[in-house]
Ligand binder design. Sequence first.
Ligand code: B4P
Length: 192
Amino acid sequence: MLNIIICGAPGSGKGTQSALIKDKYNLLHLSTGDLLRAEIAAKSELGRIAEGYIANGQLVPDEMIINILDKAIEEKEAAAQYNGLILDGFPRTVAQAEALEGLMQKRNKDLSVLLDLTVEEDELIDRLIKRGQTSGRSDDNLETIKKRLDVYHEKTEPVNDFYKKQNKYVSVEGTGTIEEIFGRICEVLNKY
Ligand code: B4P
């Protein structure tokens, strides 16, 4: 089984690369951002709560996102056969990383590797502003993007140290064409 985490700053291309990885390696792709946006679109109670955090550039509370992910793994794994999991945008805090250990253990799964897409801050801002012109996302505007980057440095970067200690951290240069970056990722994943 290949169970991977793809992480990086907002706009680093997690969603873009996950779409390619899941097809090539037949992985169940779970993006916590997509799961939250689906709750918002469905106008559920969870979605109503998440909407305020997202529009403000903040992370939704750990307990809420852990429950959403646990439920999604349960439902989607039962629906088809996969060679593993790709977690896109989760864990975003050390508390989420700790909770993930429990979620994996109860399913007898092991994490293979965390891929960290690294991109310069100016390029991240350019990409997200550009996406904002068509995405309609409440968080793709300059003010919110800056808050998201601050939250990333404060709360998400420490997650990298958590996996470095387990020798499961690999950084991947996230600039260049989408195909070039995908090639770098495959070079890493083909070793697992
Ligand atoms: P996410 O949906 O995870 O969004 P993201 O970080 O903005 O995007 P990503 O890195 O996937 O970028 P993409 O491929 O789209 O999170 C949104 C919000 O949800 C968070 O801020 C938070 O509030 C909440 N949330 C999610 N998970 C959570 C968690 N675990 N805990 C708490 N809260 C959580 O790429 C961006 C743009 O760049 C696209 O337009 C793409 O086309 C472009 N691009 C991609 N690769 C490129 C390349 N190589 N060159 C040029 N452009 C490129």
